[in-house]
Ligand binder design. Structure first.
Ligand SMILES: N[C@@H](CCC(=O)N[C@@H](CS)C(=O)NCC(=O)O)C(=O)O
Length: 81
């Protein structure tokens, strides 16, 4: 399942979540949200996987990416198009 690493204070993260909801995607079915606020275990996973301490971050199997617009495009291609 797609993992979305976010921080609740991050507007780029909220943009991704809003877009996912607008696509009709369901948390727990299509994607899981992982708290990646600074100091949380999710942030460690972000850094270990992608090399940067930045959110939003998507992991889907071997695929990973940081940019919110790229993440939205990825979700649209995977689930909608
Ligand atoms: N260009 C990125 C910007 C992401 C960004 O600036 N994220 C901020 C939080 S809103 C961040 O991760 N800052 C470092 C941190 O929170 O430690 C995108 O659109 O996804």
């Amino acid at each position: 399942m797609v993992e979305l690493y976010i921080a609740s204070t991050c507007p780029f993260c909220m943009k991704v979540i809003r877009a996912a909801e607008q696509m009709g995607l369901q948390e727990g079915k299509d994607y899981v949200i992982v708290d990646a606020a600074p100091g949380k275990p999710g942030r460690r996973k972000v850094v270990d996987t992608g090399g940067d301490s930045m959110v939003p971050f998507l992991i889907d199997g071997e695929v990973s990416m940081y940019e919110s617009d790229d993440i939205i495009d990825y979700l649209r291609t995977k689930f909608v198009s």
